[in-house]
Design a protein around this ligand. Structure first.
Ligand code: PMP
Length: 376
């Protein structure tokens, strides 16, 4: 199998799996228990918290473990509204992940005003629109760092600065960026940041929200755990898995240069096919993501043939792949629905090899041209 769907999820490393297993065997206590069995669990959880903090250049006390980035995004957005009940406006973008987008649509139906910042044809954020949208009524600006479908990277430091100057809290959904590009929360200037373990070779169902020191964000789930910020007995093994994944991602960050070079090799190869268009090619992008279309050949036809050859890629995103709706991200970039449903996403990892990229290119050379001839 050649797995190029790392924006959907990544393979947990052997070290992550071993640490999780060891945790269930040796440190299965409740971290709130004041005895040695509880201490063992608490110690491992604390080490994991320190590792995640190191990956973000944050301090451990600024992290709240959650069930994943969906929960972290909810905690950031609902928490910002609850913290400032007099402010009923949120600024976000048209290309957010469904975990943000659908929550904001729900809030909009409840009377919260939402400003949806547009992107240009390259998927780039319209910063001037952002600056104009922030008002004294704004509770939060929430913008993803890197897009899961296209890999386009937003200028988060600049966006956060615009919010900061206006005294408005800033949240970023950093799920696709953390572990792939260097992250320093102070340098970025963000107040809140969501991450998910399963996008950095950790387990599913665990993530974290970074909450900058001094922000008293109210909880979604009440209880005494996580210093009152997130109730519920902790998923200690999941947290331990996240901790190992974070440490490994930090050590492997220099390897993302090679991933970027592989991505460029892939794109040079793709350019040999007729009618190839790389979405977001004019924008800053993640080292690992290629969003491409081959004329108007439907993505499903290509993906089915790739799958038969053991090659895993995706149309748009796994989250919307079940629906038949053309991607809201690609439509926001001004594509027609025919162009949007023709889009295939290949997402590499630090484990992707050059021979795999070459094999996928060879397969595409075989698959795409007959389909294009049929479509013509
Ligand atoms: N935000 C982005 C940008 C994502 O790609 C994902 C995962 N598809 C999420 C949020 C949701 O993360 P989780 O699966 O941990 O809830």
């Amino acid at each position: 199998t050649i797995y190029l769907d790392n924006n959907a999820t990544t393979r947990p490393t052997p070290e992550v799996l071993a640490a999780m297993q060891a945790c269930q065997d040796e440190a299965w206590g409740n971290p709130s228990s004041k005895h040695r069995v509880g201490d063992a669990a608490r110690q491992r959880m604390n080490s994991a918290r320190a590792e995640v903090a190191a990956l973000l250049a944050a301090s451990a006390a600024e992290l709240v473990f959650t069930s994943g980035a969906t929960e972290a995004n909810h905690m950031a957005i609902l928490g910002a509204l609850a913290l400032q009940p007099q402010r009923r406006h949120i600024v976000s973008s048209l290309v957010e992940h469904p975990s943000t987008l659908l929550l904001l649509r729900h809030l909009q139906a409840q009377g919260v005003r939402i400003s949806w910042i547009a992107v240009d044809e390259h998927g780039q954020l319209q910063l001037d629109e952002l600056a104009a949208a922030i008002t004294p009524d704004t509770a939060l600006v929430s913008l993803m760092w890197a897009n899961n479908e296209t890999g386009v990277v937003f200028p988060i430091a600049q966006a956060a600065e615009l919010a900061r100057q206006r005294g408005v809290l800033f949240h970023t959904d950093a799920v696709q960026a953390v572990g792939r590009v260097p992250c320093d929360v102070a340098g970025l200037g963000v107040d809140l940041l969501s991450l998910s373990a399963h996008k950095l070779h950790g387990p599913k169902g665990i993530g974290a929200l970074y909450v900058r020191k001094g922000i008293k964000l109210p909880p979604l789930l009440f209880g005494h755990q996580e210093r009152g910020r997130r109730g519920g007995t902790e998923d200690v093994a999941g947290i331990v898995g996240l901790g190992v994944a974070a440490a490994q991602a930090r050590a492997a960050l220099p390897r993302m240069q090679a991933v970027s070079a592989l991505r460029q090799r892939f794109e040079r190869g793709l350019a040999r096919l007729p009618q190839v268009k790389i979405n977001g090619a004019g924008a800053a992008r993640l080292p690992n993501t290629v969003s491409v279309r081959f004329g108007q050949v439907h993505a499903e036809l290509v993906l089915e043939r790739l799958d038969r050859l053991g090659i895993c890629a995706s149309s748009g995103s796994a989250c919307t792949a079940s629906g038949d709706m053309p991607s809201h991200v690609l439509m926001a970039m001004g594509m027609s629905s025919e162009q949007a449903v023709a889009t295939i996403r290949f997402s590499l990892s630090r484990d992707t090899r050059e021979d795999e990229i070459d094999a996928v290119l060879a397969a595409l050379l075989q698959i795409v041209q007959p389909l294009q001839a049929r479509a013509a």
